[in-house]
Ligand binder design. Structure first.
Ligand code: ARG
Length: 404
């Protein structure tokens, strides 16, 4: 039998890193390169990306539209988990990685490839997320990380591209950008100076506050079993719903996150994000949870939620712990139904009203008015017992101190 040429499947974005990777892999492994671009809502020019992949030498290119799957199986679970890494970052990049990794593996298996490759550096989280997922799904596949192995600076990559006749597009941004439906991550350039405000050029999705409309916008979001189903009275497909909120909230100056983030590899980095829909939806979701869940559930769920965010941030999407956390979360979400009204105005957003048929809010108990059904005489006994253990402990430690 004739020995077949080796095939390598490369995650391809069309940028400099992945374009030089095509050539590098070809040369180093005398392999056929198959490129894969996964559409997770980044709104790139996918025709142009395919053209570039082929021009650079890919024998085949796959464009996989995973927008719906991304929302249904990754973004929605993250809303249910109120997922914010270090209480700030909605995991927009992190959530997309296991999905992209699974598509790489699918294509590699279909093509009978022996290896998959990605363009991540050795300093970030994405390499971990890709590789842990790929190795879990198919331990036979070799993983190659050209940019990490090669360790070239941007200037050296440009030089290599010139020498090999790889046309590089004029760089769209001076920053390193990763974007999808759930957000836009901005790294590098002047952002690395943690003392300085990020420049206006960093932003694309969020309007500067002084250009935002003078009038407040009220936005109604309806939830069913913990996920948004309609906005402003209109049922929307999940993908459209998220595009819509990104657009509306972004226009009102909402969605910028400026974060000192602890990366998995131990580095602290300054990260800027634009995540209008993610911030609004998580805030709205948290609010309605407070209406329908008991305080015991809420207290425990906060712990579960932060574990969920940590697990996903750190590349362990496929760990069975996530299934366990999701099982708990999903039980609570059965009652997370209802409507939230948000007010968006010049960079601010807050919930101004909420309703649910599962609401635990009882006006007759809460009111300061005459109609209250709350029996205040019970409070005295409650306080007596509630404080009992603390009171005893305090008086004993006081006694010991006095004796000294
Ligand atoms: N720090 C974020 C994360 O780890 C964003 C990474 C952005 N990636 C990029 N290639 N620019 O999820």
């Amino acid at each position: 039998m004739v020995e077949l040429t080796e095939k390598i499947v490369l995650a391809y974005s069309g940028g400099l890193d992945t374009s030089v990777s095509v050539k590098w892999l070809q040369e180093k492994f005398t392999a056929d390169i198959i490129t894969v671009t996964v559409d997770v809502g980044q709104k790139d020019d996918f025709k142009e990306i395919e053209r570039r992949a082929k021009e650079t030498g890919a024998i085949r290119h796959y464009l996989i539209d995973s927008k719906e799957e991304f929302v249904r199986d990754y973004i929605f679970p993250s809303i249910k988990a109120n997922a914010l890494y270090q209480s700030k970052y909605p995991l927009s990049t992190a959530l997309s990685r296991p999905l992209i990794a699974s598509k790489l593996v699918e294509v590699a298996e279909k093509e009978g490839a022996s290896a998959v490759a990605h363009g991540c550096t050795g300093k970030g989280n994405d390499q971990v997320r890709f590789e842990v997922t790929i190795r879990s799904l198919n331990p036979e596949l070799k993983i190659i990380a050209p940019v990490r192995e090669w360790n070239l600076s941007r200037g050296q990559e440009i030089e290599y591209a010139k020498e090999h006749g790889i046309k590089i597009e004029p760089k769209k941004s001076i920053f390193s950008i990763d974007q999808n439906l759930w957000g836009r991550s901005i790294e590098g350039g002047s952002i690395e100076d943690v003392e300085t405000e990020p420049p206006l050029e960093a932003f694309e999705w969020v309007k500067p506050v002084d250009e935002a409309p003078e009038e407040a916008k009220y936005m109604d979001i309806e939830f069913e079993k913990g996920v948004p189903v309609s906005v402003d009275g209109e049922e929307k497909e999940p993908v459209d719903l998220i595009y819509y909120i990104n657009q509306v909230a972004g226009m009102h100056g909402i969605g910028i996150i400026d974060h000192i983030e602890d990366r998995l590899v131990g580095i602290k980095s300054r990260e800027i994000y634009e995540c209008p829909a993610a911030l609004c939806l998580i805030e709205a979701h948290k609010d309605i949870e407070k209406l329908v869940l008991t305080r015991h559930e809420l207290f425990f769920k906060e712990i579960v939620d932060s574990q969920w965010a940590w697990l996903v941030y750190s590349g362990l999407w496929l760990d069975p712990l996530r299934d366990g956390l999701d099982a708990f979360i999903n039980v609570t979400q059965e009652r997370v139904k209802g409507k939230v009204k948000m007010k968006l105005y010049k960079g601010n957003f807050r919930v101004v009203g909420r309703s649910s048929r599962y609401s635990l809010y009882d006006l007759n108990l809460a009111t300061y008015g005459i109609s209250s059904k709350f029996d205040q005489s019970l409070a005295q006994g409650f306080i007596e017992l509630w404080g009992l253990p603390s009171r005893i402990a305090h008086s004993i430690s006081k006694m010991k101190k006095d004796r000294k």
